[in-house]
Design a protein around this ligand. Structure first.
Ligand code: KG4
Ligand code: ZN
Length: 340
């Protein structure tokens, strides 16, 4: 199967990162990302600014991906792109570019579901990283997503739990904003949590049935807590920042692991994979490690550059679909609410 030389270009533009990657058979040759700094001043992604930045970035990013891979566009076997879900204006840039490139080169076009790609990133050939065996559970946690998916096969996936409001990354970012931290706040909260007391302050966990999540109540609880404490002591945040961060992180991790435990129990699946920017969190990584000894889990965390939004994950899905000859047509449209 791999005796052929299959080169796929992957393009990702669903949110605020313009990314392109080249994969040769299962191995990534290049993985280029242009992060859009512009959103930092606004404390969150501004859709209109994101699509404009994608338009500026897409040609140089693709060009760099090809150069770094050491190939020319004529060597490409197919072009894969993110069809959705994501911001419509952002998706349109990648979709239109991919369509015209594939048309111009007269090669197949492959549409990719961004949420499937976060999961299939585990199938990139990478030394030191094992691929999870089917079936496994995948938890995708980032600024835009919070899902638990039962993965029966590469393209047979079932969402068994998801957030009914904010994503877990938003819970970190919005809490950070209340504390006066920069955006995105997740890494800073993580850093401070390491030297704070996770049990200093208690925040109640939301009561959500089944395997679904909710994070908007936590944000409100933190807001009221801070307002109350600051009224008594205007220096409350500065004096207790590490403990507040540790307590927030402890609560969020508790919410995630509780549902993961429930999902593993209900499905009798003990292979657990995570992805998305929040999987960088040291607390969640520790909780997974603890799950290995406590619950007999085997856990899988991909290489960091393949876990945040990136095009390598789009390229691996492109490669897997190429092997299945699962191509799309020039009539394909971006789809902001695409489901797994
Ligand atoms: O996957 P990603 O780069 O982009 C998308 O949102 O799709 O994830 C970004 C999110 C942000 O909300 C950021 O605060 C969070 O991941 N994040 C973290 C950590 N590193 C990034 N959250 C908690 N702990 C971290 N170490
Ligand atoms: Zn994502």
């Amino acid at each position: 199967m791999n005796s052929q030389n299959i080169y796929i270009l992957g393009i990702e533009s669903s949110c605020d990162d313009t990314a392109a990657a080249v994969i040769h058979n299962g191995k990534i040759l290049s993985n280029i990302i242009a992060n859009q700094k512009i959103h930092e001043e606004y404390g969150g992604v501004v859709p209109e600014l994101a699509s404009r930045a994608h338009q500026q970035n897409i040609v140089p990013v693709v060009d760099q991906a090809l150069k770094k891979a050491g190939i020319t566009k004529d060597q490409l076997s197919a072009v894969a792109f993110t069809k959705g879900p994501g911001l419509m204006g952002s998706l349109l840039v990648g979709t239109s570019f991919a369509k015209s490139l594939a048309y111009g080169l007269n090669i197949p076009l492959i549409d990719v579901n961004h949420m499937q790609a976060h999961i299939l990133a585990h199938f990139i050939d990478e030394e030191g990283f094992d691929k999870p065996p089917f079936p496994f559970l995948a938890m995708t946690i980032s600024g835009g997503h919070t899902q638990i998916v039962k993965v029966n096969n590469h393209f047979d996936m079932e969402v068994i739990g998801e957030t009914i409001d904010d994503a877990v990354g938003e819970a970190f970012d919005k809490s950070g904003k209340l504390l006066g931290l920069g955006y995105p706040a997740g890494p800073e909260i993580d850093k401070r949590a390491k030297i704070g007391n996770p049990k200093a302050f208690k925040f109640s966990k939301p009561k959500v049935d089944g395997l679904n999540f909710s994070f908007s109540g936590l944000k409100t609880a933190i807001l009221y807590f801070i307002q109350r404490e600051v009224k008594n002591n205007p220096n409350f945040i500065e004096e207790n920042l590490n403990d507040i961060c540790a307590s927030i992180q402890y609560t969020i991790i508790g919410i995630l692991t509780e549902k993961l435990k429930k999902a593993s129990k209900e499905t009798s699946i003990k292979h657990i994979a995570i992805g998305g920017g929040v999987s960088a969190n040291s607390g969640i990584r520790q909780a997974l490690k603890d799950g290995e000894s406590k619950h007999g889990w085997t856990t899988y965390v991909p290489k960091f550059e393949f876990t945040t939004d990136n095009a390598a994950m789009i390229a691996i899905v492109g490669y897997l679909k190429y092997l299945d000859k699962d191509f799309t047509t020039q009539n394909v449209m971006a789809s902001a609410r695409l489901k797994i």
